[in-house]
Design a protein around this ligand. Structure first.
Ligand SMILES: [Zn+2]
Length: 145
């Protein structure tokens, strides 16, 4: 009986210590996340009548890009929501810069590093998001590079 208790307690402690050490920070789902394979990008925030903000994402684009980039995109979209962008009426360029920085500040380092590499390789540019190198620079200061 005592042996069983010791084994159980040890097992539970091991599981929790593993969780504390190796499971990356997970962003809880705060708003509905809706798949849409016709979306041209990873994801975007939409305000749906009666629902408030939702994140619409393209699961195919995400699967092709890989887990980390997809996660960065998710953190970026949550940045838009947390920073109140749908309501603030500021310039789109400023919103994108703020969302990148919020994601860089809050996402797990492996996720931010993947996005940094993606931007440094010349990807992720758009008129409102900025040049790829500019986006990489927004992340760099949170990575210490
Ligand atoms: Zn954005």
């Amino acid at each position: 009986m005592l042996r069983t208790v010791i084994v159980l307690v040890t097992g539970i402690l091991l599981v929790f210590s593993q969780a504390a050490l190796s499971i990356p920070v997970r962003l809880p789902q705060m708003v509905p996340e809706i798949p849409d394979v016709t979306l041209k990008d990873f994801a975007e925030v939409k305000i749906l009548q009666g629902m408030g903000p939702v994140i619409v994402y393209n699961p195919i684009v995400c699967a092709q890009a890989g887990r980390e980039l997809c996660e960065f995109s998710r953190w970026h979209e949550y940045g838009h929501i947390v920073l109140g962008h749908p309501l603030r009426g500021i310039k789109p360029e400023r919103m994108e810069s703020e969302a990148d920085q919020w994601a860089a500040r809050n996402a797990p380092p492996d996720v931010v590093r993947a996005a940094y590499r993606f931007f440094m390789s010349g990807n992720g540019a758009s008129p409102v998001h900025g040049e790829s190198r500019e986006r990489a620079a927004r992340l760099a200061r949170y990575l210490g590079v």
